[in-house]
Design a protein around this ligand. Structure first.
Ligand SMILES: Nc1ncnc2c1ncn2[C@@H]1O[C@H](COP(=O)(O)OS(=O)(=O)O)[C@@H](OP(=O)(O)O)[C@H]1O
Length: 287
């Protein structure tokens, strides 16, 4: 996903859009973070998934700094009064990335209220790999003594009943979440990016995305190379570096070995949901 964001900003850099002067409501700057004055894609953090919108925070794009209360309040009132993403001028695109939006029930209605015409980008990968990736990431954040094995969390208390209440398992039920989103937005406003294709052929997925966003296709295979040490595609250059650049150390971690029987069980568990998801999207992701 970050590769996608990195690529989107690269896309705008390659386009070399001339600087435009933006007259903004002063508080919009708290909500919308311009990556650079020369960019035509703005990244924002609106926190529409917060349980209580009054606790919504705005972040600085690069450093996740929660705004002080005073600023947060101005930001919230801006969201409430304008009910829309920060001002976007012609030729610009405002983008926001929050993975939890897809799986948070209250978000689709809030997004619709904000802008019913938004384009929605959903990056999905095999839910089995996703679950292991998520488990790897979350356990790496815990001290050793608090870490539990995948098997312990996957089955309910030593039984062989799948713990469907475990968030890491639930997030992979893509069809369920999409079902909610489709109550608010037509399928034509979504693009589904395959996480697997993004790794083996990033240019192909970027072409689909650029077409979907109505952008001239500028990012092509020449912007990527496969880094064999990392085992992932990397960018030939980035927004700050003119030299080849991969995503950080916390992307593309080594996954722990999970017992075959658990993998089979997970695969079986997701199967009907995957088929439903293929049916809903009209895409067979091959999981
Ligand atoms: N080009 C490239 N480089 C590195 N990693 C890549 C790339 N493309 C996809 N991936 C896979 O992306 C996984 C991390 O995804 P996200 O960035 O969406 O995760 S998160 O935002 O940190 O939750 C990350 O998951 P892990 O392998 O579990 O670390 C990768 O498998």
């Amino acid at each position: 996903m970050d590769l996608l964001l990195d690529t989107l900003t690269l896309l705008m850099e390659v386009k070399n859009i001339p600087p435009c002067s933006v007259t903004r409501h002063p508080s919009t700057n708290f909500c919308a973070t311009k990556i650079s004055k020369r960019r035509a894609i703005y990244l924002t953090r609106l926190s529409l998934a917060s349980r209580n919108l009054a606790r919504a925070r705005c972040w600085n794009s690069s450093s996740y700094i929660p705004m002080c209360r005073h600023r947060a309040r101005r930001c919230i009132s801006l969201i409430k009064t304008t009910n829309q993403m920060p001002l976007t001028l012609e030729g610009q695109m405002t983008m926001e990335k929050t993975p939890s939006y897809f799986v948070t029930k209250r978000v689709p209605s809030r997004v619709k209220k904000m802008n019913p015409y938004v384009k929605l980008i959903v990056v999905v990968r095999d839910p089995v790999t996703r679950a292991i990736s998520d488990y790897t990431q979350s356990s790496s954040k815990k001290p050793e003594y608090l870490r539990k094995s995948f098997a312990d969390l996957f089955y309910i208390n030593g039984t062989n009943v799948v713990n469907t209440r475990w968030g890491i398992v639930r997030i992979g039920l893509y069809a369920r979440y999409l079902d909610t989103w489709l109550k608010y937005f037509p399928l034509s406003q979504f693009i589904f990016i395959s996480g697997e294709t993004l790794i083996v052929d990033p240019a192909a997925e970027m072409k689909r995305l650029q077409d979907f966003l109505g952008l001239k296709v500028i990012i092509t295979e020449k912007h990527f190379y496969f880094n064999t040490t990392k085992g992932f595609p990397c960018l030939m250059k980035s927004e700050t570096l003119a030299s080849p650049h991969c995503l950080g150390k916390n992307k593309g971690r080594i996954h722990p070995k999970i017992d075959e029987s658990i993998l089979d069980r997970l695969t079986q568990f997701y199967r009907p949901f995957n088929l439903k998801f293929y049916q809903m999207t009209g895409i067979d992701f091959g999981w």
